[in-house]
Design a protein around this ligand. Structure first.
Ligand SMILES: Nc1ncnc2c1ncn2[C@@H]1O[C@H](COP(=O)(O)OP(=O)(O)OP(=O)(O)O)[C@@H](O)[C@H]1O
Ligand SMILES: Nc1nc2c(ncn2[C@@H]2O[C@H](COP(=O)(O)O)[C@@H](O)[C@H]2O)c(=O)[nH]1
Length: 212
């Protein structure tokens, strides 16, 4: 009989969204370091690479023509235009991985979240991070040191609009203390993995228990 530790389950799609600068990339990296069972869905983007980013690891960086071709070829599970650049989630890796029980982490915006939820509702877990205040959000965007003041202002201008989508998420966590926020996000992931509906091997296991 299969043991309770090796039960099969379908992978889940763990989405982290937030207004720009609230900390989803930071929390994503912490989660990927700490959890051996989840991998990042690496998005394709037309935005320029930031210092320290690695092509193929943080994003797949392409030009607009290549992105348009990918859209035409039905390469994406979802895609959206954010801050004047295109971002998309490649389809192939995720669909095959979910069947094998692989969990995926998505650092995507509310538009992508809605599209993934419409397509794969039962696999999707939606987590929205909020900054503790608008002033702190600006401090974080400025402190990150990766964007010009114009880009920072554009992201601040969109922040309230993005926050207005908070009610389209299953969980909302305020990212004030980073360790506390990380612990909460990790608890959500752990609990979601245990959901009965995801544990495809559970029926056989329970039947075995009842037979023995
Ligand atoms: N809880 C926190 N306390 C203080 N600083 C934080 C906290 N969380 C993240 N930061 C810092 O805030 C900055 C923005 O964080 P991060 O890049 O993770 O945001 P993001 O939501 O991924 O933004 P974007 O959508 O623009 O990629 C970084 O410099 C990060 O180190
Ligand atoms: N809908 C999608 N949104 C995405 C994807 N990859 C990233 N994003 C979101 O874009 C903004 C800006 O990101 P940045 O790295 O340029 O600061 C942020 O909200 C990301 O979550 C994607 O594949 N689809």
């Amino acid at each position: 009989m299969e043991s309770s530790d090796t039960l099969q389950r379908r992978g889940l799609m763990f989405i982290l969204s937030s207004p720009s600068g609230a900390g989803k990339t930071t929390i994503s990296r912490m989660l990927l370091d700490a959890d051996g069972e989840i991998c990042l869905s690496v998005s394709v983007t037309t935005r320029p690479m930031r210092p320290g980013e690695i092509d193929g690891k943080d994003y797949i960086f392409v030009d607009q023509q290549a992105f348009d071709q990918m859209v035409e070829d039905d390469h994406f599970l979802e895609w959206a235009s954010v801050f004047g650049h295109c971002y998309g989630t490649p389809k192939a890796q995720v669909k095959a991985g979910l069947r094998e029980g692989q969990d995926f982490l998505f650092d995507i915006d509310w538009q992508g979240t809605q599209q993934l939820y419409q397509k794969l509702e039962t696999d999707v877990v939606r987590v929205f991070l909020l900054p503790p205040s608008i002033d702190e959000l600006r401090r974080r965007l400025t402190g990150r040191g990766t964007d010009s003041s114009d880009v920072i202002q554009a992201r601040m201008d969109r922040a309230r609009g993005e926050i207005s989508h908070w009610d389209g998420y299953d969980y909302v966590v305020v990212n004030d203390d980073i360790q506390l926020c990380f612990a909460k996000v990790r608890e959500i992931l752990h609990a979601e993995r245990m959901k009965r509906a995801r544990q495809t091997g559970l029926i056989g296991f329970v039947r075995g228990l009842m037979r023995d």
